[in-house]
Ligand binder design. Structure first.
Ligand code: AMP
Ligand code: TRP
Length: 331
């Protein structure tokens, strides 16, 4: 039987080159070998307040970009998280099988607390238990994610093991799958920070829908150093190292393989090679995006995806509710 893979993206902004290289592109490649379950984590989006109108646009664009990137609704199950209500219901049950201490240890939560955010929502706090439900309800073998999501997959594994021990074997314990190149694309303006869609207006972020001229401008103003030589030295030359990672990832190869081709260039020339590679990668996707974004393909995809996902999720949830003792009658 084909192994199953599951992942999601939380489009609380426009999707970035980091999302594409770290996640989306891999989902597309894995379709040949695995049964892919891919969803848009819209419930996770609202753990931080979203303007409703903007959120709708981000979600729509994300579906269109999934399809434009080559996710195939015939082969993969593509849906909106909130369309399959079983996620939230299992999320609550899993929250009752998780501890405050575990949530307090999550980096994402700790970072926000450390920044002194004073309006963190309860939904944000229980983000990991909902994410565990997203995963465990489908019994996937693998969960491909970028580096920043590894801890969330690990806690999902812990919760699965605990549940299996406390009740009886119920959930498959999945493996996270982190790409070798592109797992952590950094901001162009601050190469010590992740390239993230929440940095509004930041010229350090390349969006999947950025025009070629915008991409060139952003890359041209990327922070480098005064060493003046294209080396791969993330410690001393984090900006250049990031551009090398981006180049290698865009060309689906390794930093070692691209270095001989660019090692002799000055920074200006090197940046123009990097821009070319990004544009070559994104232009065909943008073209397809524009072809499909106003068609009924998006709605059709989400509807069919929801039915397929629900069929799996509702069976699992029933089983769980029975084991926990919530169901009185066997249905
Ligand atoms: P998010 O945008 O946080 O929903 O992330 C969606 C997916 O993209 C996750 O698998 C992330 O790990 C991945 N991702 C997000 N930002 C980056 C980045 N800068 N570099 C690599 N992967 C990323
Ligand atoms: N938290 C993930 C992110 O920000 C999105 C997500 C939600 C997810 N549920 C998931 C990813 C389940 C993988 C599996 O990227």
């Amino acid at each position: 039987m084909m192994k199953r893979m599951l992942s999601g993206i939380k489009p609380s902004g426009e999707l970035t080159l980091g999302n594409y290289l770290g996640a989306l592109r891999n989902f597309v490649n894995y379709q040949d070998e695995y049964e892919m379950v891919v969803f848009i984590a819209n419930l996770h989006c609202i753990t931080v307040y979203q303007d409703p109108k903007e959120l709708r646009q981000y979600l729509k664009d994300a579906v269109a970009l999934y399809l434009a990137s080559g996710l195939d609704p015939q082969r993969s199950i593509i849906f909106l998280q909130s369309d399959v209500m079983e996620h939230a219901q299992l999320g609550f049950i899993l929250a009752c099988n998780s501890y405050l201490g575990e949530m307090n240890r999550m980096t994402q939560y700790k970072d926000k607390m450390a920044k002194g955010e004073n309006a963190l929502t309860v939904g944000f706090y229980t983000y990991p238990t909902l994410m565990a439900a997203d995963i465990l309800i489908y019994d996937p073998d693998y969960v491909p994610v970028g580096d920043d999501q590894k801890q969330h997959v690990e806690i999902a594994r812990d919760i699965a093991e605990r549940f299996n021990n406390r009740y009886s074997p119920t959930f498959k314990v999945p493996e996270p799958l982190i790409p070798k190149v592109g797992a952590r694309i950094m901001s162009l303006s601050d190469p010590l920070k992740k390239m993230s869609k929440s940095d509004h207006q930041d010229k350090g972020v390349i969006y999947m829908l950025d025009e070629p001229a915008v991409i060139r401008k952003k890359v041209a103003s990327a922070v480098t150093d005064s060493i003046g030589k294209v080396n791969f030295d993330p410690k001393e030359q984090p900006g250049i190292a990031n551009l090398l990672q981006i180049l290698a990832s865009c060309k689906s190869t390794t930093v070692e393989a691209v270095l001989p081709e660019v090692g002799h260039l000055n920074y200006g020339e090197f940046k123009s090679v990097v821009s070319d590679a990004i544009i070559e990668l994104l232009e065909p996707i943008q073209k397809r995006y524009h072809e499909i974004v106003s068609t009924d393909l998006l709605e059709k995809t989400l509807y069919e995806g929801k039915l397929k996902a629900q069929a799996i999720a509702s069976r699992k949830l029933k089983k769980v509710q029975h084991k926990v003792g919530l169901e009185i009658f066997k249905r």
